[in-house]
Design a protein around this ligand. Structure first.
Ligand code: WTA
Length: 686
C-alpha cells in the first residue's frame, strides 16, 4: 500500500452518481470549502453544526470563548477547552431530544443475538424510560456526578442503558471489553477507583460460553487484595443462569435463554440482579446539566509502556464530533439502517454504535455474536434480514472472510448496502478490492476511516458522495482536522513525502487527558513534536495529496537504510492468491541491520512449501524493491490477535526470536496459536 504501484493500486474510484445523489457533500469543491471553514473559523463551523442537529444546550456556548487551548508543551501545560461554560447533557441530546422531536416510536436498535432467531427491538421512547430507571438505580446506589462506573458487559441493550444512565447523571462510564481477563478488569477498576461494577451472568460468543460474573468476581477479589473494595455489582441475567445466593440455590424467574450449566453466585450485600433492582423504580429522572468540559467517559487503551491509559473524553466536544463524523462519513439519512460490527467495549462501539448514531436518531443493528457463527455467511444474513444500508467493520474481518471465498457472500443479496466502512488498521488493497467488488458488488464506496481511541471520532476519511477513492488510502482530513507530515526532527514536510502523521490544532473530539496522569498525556502525544498532536502512525502523502497510513511508527524497520513499514510488506504478501493473512516483523540481520520476518496464513487447502516461499519472496521484491525481501517466511495457521482483532506483533517478534518469555498475553483472543507457531518455527540463518 504505502509503496503504491501495481495496476490495482493506481486506479481511482470516483463517487458514483448514486452515491452523490442526495448526499450531504456531493463534490470535492464543497468538501474543501467546508474543511477550510472548519479550520479557519471553528466557532462558526461548529455553531452551524449545533444548529443543524438542533442540539440542546441549557446554557448556549459563548461564541467568543468557543475554543481555548494550548497545544504546545514548551509554552505550558496542554489544555484544550471547547465551549467551556456552556451547559448540556449528552444523554438528553441522544434520547430526550429525539423523543421530543417525535422519534419516540422509531427503533433505536435491532438487537441480534448470538444465535440466529434470538432477536429483539427497542425504540427511542422505550430506551429513554429504561435509562431513566437505571439512572435512578445508580443514584440509589450512591453514584454521583464525577464517579467512575465500571461496565463489563456483552453486546446487549442493557449495556447501552447503563452507559447512557451514567451520562444522564454525570458519572463517567469506564467500559472494559467483555473479553478482557479478571486481572485486566481489576487493573482498570483500580486505576479508575470504580466502586460500582455492572456486568452480566454470561454470554455466548459463537459456541463458546464466557462466564462474565465469575471473571467479575475474580476481578473484585484482585481489587480487594490491593486494598480497594468494590461496593456493588449489578448483574444482568442475560443467559438465565442458575442463581445461587452465597452457596444456596434461589428461585429465579423463568429465563429467556436457559443456561443451567452456568451457576451465578450472588454475594449478598454486594451483588444485585438488574431485573430486581429495576423493579418498581420510576421511569422519570431529571437531567444533570453539565459543563461542556465535564468528563463524559474514560476508556482504556494500550500504551507502549505496557500499562493502559485511561483516555478521557468530555461532553459537548465529543458529542459534536461523534455526531458529525457519523452523519457525514456514513452519509446517514433518516430511515437508513446502519450496522457497526464493533463491540461497544472499544472506542468504535462508543462513537459508532452508541453516541454518533443516536445523536442522529438513527436505527442501528446491535450484534451480540461473532461474524462467522453459525457459519461464514452470518454477516450477509444479518444485512439481508435488516436491509442494512451501511456497514462498518475492520480489515481483519474482511481478510477472514476472504479465506472462505465468494460462496458464503453470493448466497445473500446484500443489495441494500450503500456505504462500506473500515477501521482499525491499514486496509491492504487486496482486502479493499474484495470488500468493494465481492461484498459491495462494485456499487458502494468504501470509507477507510483512520482514527484512534484518543481522537474520539474519524480524523482522516473519505466522504461517500465526494471523495474519489484510492484502495488503501484514508484519503483526506475530516472537518476540523489539520494534518501534517513531519520528519523525526519535527520538521514539516511538503508535497510528496513520508514521515510521522501529526495534527496541528485541536478538534472537538480530541481526548483531554489521561485519567489521573496529565503528564503521561503530554508526554505521549505532545512532547516529541512540540506544537503538534502526535498520532504515532507513519504516513505517506502522494502526488495527489492523498494520505496513506503506513502503520504504527513502532512497527517501522530499517533494512539497509531503507525505512519500511510492516504494513507494506504484509500488503504485498497478501496479494498472493494462496495467502489469507500475513504479518511482518523486524528481525536482526547480520549485514542489513534488520530484515523482514513474515508470518503467513494460507487459504484453506493451500500447501506451504519451498515453491510458495520463493514465490512470496520474489513477489515482495518486485512489489516494493529488492531490499524488502521477505527473508524468513513462517507458516502460521493462526496469528496471535487481541480480541478486537489486532495482530499482536510484539508476540510475533518474540516467536521470531524463539523467545518463550512472551510477557502479558491477557488480551490475546486465542493463545493456542502461539504453541503452533513455536512448533512450526523454521531454521533461521540470516
Ligand atoms: C490504527 C481504533 C490505518 C492506527 C479506532 C491507529 C488505522 C490505531 C486505521 C488506533 C485506518 C485505525 N488505517 N490504520 N483506517 N484505523 N488504525 O485506538 O494505527 O483501537 O493509531 O482506535 O489503529 O487504534 P484504536
Amino acid at each position: 500500500m504505502a509503496s503504491g504501484g501495481g495496476e490495482n493500486n493506481t486506479q481511482v474510484y470516483p463517487p458514483s452518481s448514486a452515491s452523490q445523489n442526495g448526499a450531504y457533500v456531493t463534490s470535492m469543491q464543497q468538501y474543501k470549502e467546508m474543511h477550510k471553514q472548519s479550520i479557519e473559523d471553528p466557532a462558526s463551523f461548529w455553531s452551524k453544526i449545533i444548529e443543524d442537529f438542533g442540539f440542546h444546550f441549557e446554557t448556549p456556548p459563548n461564541r467568543d470563548k468557543f475554543l481555548e487551548y494550548n497545544f504546545d508543551v514548551t509554552k505550558g501545560p496542554i489544555d484544550i477547552k471547547w465551549m467551556q461554560g456552556a451547559k448540556t447533557n449528552v444523554c438528553y441530546n441522544v434520547l430526550d431530544r429525539n423523543v421530543k422531536n417525535g422519534l419516540g416510536d422509531n427503533i433505536a436498535f435491532y438487537w441480534e443475538g448470538n444465535d440466529p432467531g434470538d432477536h429483539s427491538t427497542i425504540t427511542y421512547g422505550q430506551l429513554l424510560k429504561e435509562v431513566c430507571k437505571f439512572s435512578n438505580v445508580l443514584k440509589s446506589l450512591g453514584v454521583k456526578k464525577g464517579d467512575r462506573v465500571a461496565i463489563y458487559m456483552p453486546m446487549i441493550v442493557e449495556l447501552v442503558v447503563a452507559m447512557l444512565a451514567c451520562a444522564r447523571i454525570g458519572a463517567m462510564h469506564s467500559i472494559v471489553f467483555g473479553g478482557f481477563s479478571a486481572d485486566s478488569l481489576a487493573g482498570r477498576m483500580l486505576d479508575a477507583k470504580s466502586a460500582v461494577l455492572i456486568t452480566a451472568d454470561g454470554v455466548y460468543r459463537g459456541a463458546k460460553l464466557v462466564d462474565l460474573k465469575k471473571i467479575s468476581d475474580d476481578a473484585v477479589d484482585v481489587c480487594k487484595t490491593k486494598g480497594f473494595d468494590v461496593s456493588t455489582m449489578v448483574v444482568v441475567r442475560h443467559l438465565g443462569s442458575k442463581s445461587v445466593d452465597n452457596g444456596a440455590e434461589v428461585n429465579s424467574p423463568t429465563p429467556k435463554r436457559p443456561c443451567y450449566s452456568l451457576s451465578t453466585n450472588m454475594v449478598s450485600g454486594r451483588d444485585r440482579w438488574w431485573h430486581e433492582i429495576m423493579e418498581g423504580v420510576s421511569d422519570q429522572c431529571d437531567t444533570e446539566w453539565l459543563d461542556a468540559e465535564d468528563p463524559l467517559f474514560m476508556l482504556y487503551t494500550s500504551g507502549s509502556t505496557g500499562t493502559p491509559k485511561g483516555v478521557v473524553h468530555t461532553q459537548a466536544g465529543y458529542l459534536l464530533y461523534a455526531a458529525t463524523t457519523f452523519k457525514y462519513v456514513f452519509d446517514y439519512h433518516p430511515g437508513d439502517i446502519y450496522w457497526c460490527t464493533a463491540d461497544v467495549g472499544w472506542i468504535t462501539g462508543h462513537s459508532y454504535v452508541v453516541y454518533g448514531p443516536m445523536a442522529s436518531g438513527a436505527t442501528s443493528v446491535m450484534f451480540e455474536g461473532v461474524p462467522t457463527y453459525p457459519d461464514e455467511g452470518r454477516c450477509w444474513d444479518i444485512v439481508d434480514k435488516y436491509k442494512v444500508n451501511s456497514i462498518y467493520t475492520a480489515p481483519t474481518l474482511i481478510r477472514t472472510l476472504m479465506k472462505y471465498g465468494d460462496a458464503p457472500i453470493k448466497k445473500y443479496s446484500r443489495k441494500s448496502l450503500r456505504v462500506l466502512g473500515t477501521v482499525g488498521e491499514p486496509i491492504n488493497p487486496e482486502a479493499w478490492l474484495f470488500y468493494y467488488h465481492k461484498i459491495g458488488d462494485g456499487r458502494s464506496p468504501i470509507v477507510d476511516t483512520f482514527w484512534q481511541t484518543e481522537t474520539g471520532g474519524h480524523t482522516m476519511t473519505p466522504l461517500p458522495g465526494a471523495t474519489p477513492l484510492k484502495p488503501g488510502s484514508c484519503t483526506f482530513p475530516f472537518f476540523g482536522i489539520e494534518p501534517a507530515v513531519v520528519n523525526d526532527k519535527g520538521e514539516e514536510l511538503e508535497g510528496v513525502c513520508e514521515g510521522y502523521l501529526v495534527f496541528k490544532k485541536p478538534w472537538p473530539g480530541v481526548m483531554r487527558t489521561v485519567y489521573g496522569n496529565h503528564p503521561r498525556y503530554e508526554g505521549t502525544y505532545f512532547k516529541q513534536f512540540p506544537g503538534y498532536y502526535k498520532t504515532g502512525d507513519g504516513c505517506r502523502r502522494d502526488e495527489d495529496g492523498y494520505y496513506w497510513i503506513t502503520g504504527r511508527m513502532d512497527d517501522m524497520f530499517n533494512v539497509s537504510g531503507h525505512l519500511l513499514s510492516t504494513a507494506e510488506i504484509e500488503s504485498a504478501l497478501i496479494e498472493h492468491p494462496k495467502v489469507a493473512e500475513a504479518a511482518a516483523v523486524a528481525y536482526p540481520h547480520k549485514t542489513k541491520g534488520e530484515c523482514c520476518y513474515s508470518f503467513v496464513t494460507l487459504i484453506e487447502g493451500a500447501e506451504f512449501n519451498e515453491t510458495l516461499i520463493s514465490e512470496l519472496r520474489s513477489h515482495v521484491r518486485t512489489k516494493i524493491g529488492p531490499f524488502a525481501a521477505a527473508e524468513v517466511v513462517h507458516n502460521a495457521p493462526g496469528l496471535p490477535k487481541t480480541r478486537s482483532g489486532k495482530i499482536m506483533r510484539r508476540v510475533l517478534r518474540k516467536i521470531a526470536k524463539n523467545d518463550h518469555d512472551l510477557g502479558d498475553v491477557s488480551t490475546m483472543a486465542d493463545s493456542s496459536v502461539v504453541d503452533v507457531l513455536f512448533a512450526n518455527r523454521p531454521d533461521v540463518n540470516v
